[in-house]
Design a protein around this ligand. Structure first.
Ligand code: PMV
Length: 377
């Protein structure tokens, strides 16, 4: 019986989709109906930090499984449980160093006799609904795969682990711009039980020339408008994204058209071109149109789903006004009412001033693109 504990800690950034993932073709494996493209946010400003500990259980006691989220005991969801189970199934045992530097070897069955304690915290308010699932679940999947030693084929295997927690989490693996490939060629190939499909659904950093990438790192400013929930009194979204996606796929004719025409892939290709060309105005236009299209298919869902609130709409109107003489700002909104704004540094003050006078915004976080994805610390 081992008497020492093992622990590892990782941090992971949030990411915001420029081309939106909406809809799954496989509910368990989380295979998306379309590919998506995201931008990683600087971890210094927004990230999740997760520590996992394997602690030997006292003689006769049951091993525990606990999650402490932002200082409070939280429930282990079925998604989290499925990541843990997968790690336990896959592990060949662990050889690691404990706190005192001793080498420990634990085989797979010994690992099951250990308690697993997960401690996770965000350096931003989780309750605000700011994409904390992408950072939190990518961090958990990554650090667990490292702890259990099941990450040999990193990063490809890892993107599958992260997806089990939350689809968008797999894009937090990398810094910069990230594409999550849906992993199949045609809509006709969609099938609920094709394991083959999952093998090809992977996230990858978008490859741009070094000069172009540096240009975006140096020039792009990101402003996150944390919108007050108003009457809703809570930052919790009305319809969780998993449920929302399902109803949209079942009922929205617009969504059907988006998938049939493979508009997401078309937008990814166009956007990648604008990134390479360092064309901010075109980048901005397409980013806004993609966001609008997500909220349009949500409205076209029956019964309709509303994620934006009045403040979100006011921010869009203000951005549209600022763009009167040519695009200087882009907005993007996920399944919530907070608004992500993109602008070049030279226009940051102007955009910030215009937004900060609007009622209903609790905070504007000024940040930038993150160079790093998930990492051990
Ligand atoms: O990863 P999920 O299941 O929380 O879904 C995220 C969906 C959107 O944020 C609306 C879009 C995206 O691509 O992140």
């Amino acid at each position: 019986r081992a008497t020492k504990s093992l622990s590892l800690t990782a941090t992971s950034p949030i990411n915001i989709a420029l081309v939106k993932y909406w809809g799954k073709v496989h509910e368990q494996l989380i295979i998306p109906a379309n590919s998506s493209l995201s931008i990683t946010i600087d971890q210094a400003d927004l990230c999740s930090k997760t520590k996992v500990e394997l602690i030997p259980t006292a003689e006769g006691a049951e091993p525990q499984l606990r999650l402490v989220l932002n200082g409070k005991e939280d429930k282990i969801t079925s998604r989290i449980r499925s990541i843990i189970e997968l790690m336990r199934e896959r592990t060949q045992g662990v050889r690691a160093h404990d706190d005192q530097g001793h080498t420990l070897t634990l085989d797979a069955s010994e690992l099951r006799t250990h308690s697993l304690i997960i401690t996770s915290e965000n350096n931003f308010a989780t309750a605000s609904g700011l994409a904390s699932s992408s950072s939190g679940l990518s961090c958990l999947a990554f650090v667990l795969s490292q702890l259990y030693g099941v990450s040999e084929s990193f990063p490809d295997e890892y993107t599958k682990f992260a997806r089990l927690g939350s689809g968008s989490a797999c894009r937090s693996l990398y810094g910069g711009f990230v594409q999550w490939h849906r992993g199949f060629q045609a809509i006709q190939e969609l099938t609920e039980d094709s394991a083959k499909v999952s093998d090809q659904s992977l996230a990858r950093a978008v490859e741009l020339s070094q000069e172009s990438m540096e240009w975006w790192y140096n020039n792009l400013s990101i402003l996150i408008c944390v919108v007050n929930p108003g009457d809703a009194q809570t930052y919790q979204k009305d319809v969780p994204s998993t449920d929302g996606m399902k109803i949209t796929l079942e009922t929205s004719e617009l969504m059907k058209l988006r998938l049939e025409a493979d508009l997401a892939q078309k937008h990814i290709d166009q956007l990648t071109g604008y990134l390479e060309e360092r064309d901010f105005p075109k980048f901005a236009e397409l980013t806004m149109k993609e966001s609008n299209q997500l909220h349009a298919v949500c409205l076209d869902t029956y019964p309709p789903i509303f994620y934006m609130n009045e403040t979100s709409r006011q921010i869009i109107k203000t951005a549209t006004k600022l763009n009167g003489q040519g695009n200087i700002v882009a907005y993007s909104i996920d399944a919530g009412f907070h608004v992500f704004l993109f602008t070049l540094k030279e226009n940051q003050v102007k955009v910030h001033e215009a937004m900060s006078v609007l009622p209903g915004i609790d905070q504007i976080i000024i940040t930038r693109i993150g160079r790093e994805g998930v990492k051990l610390i």
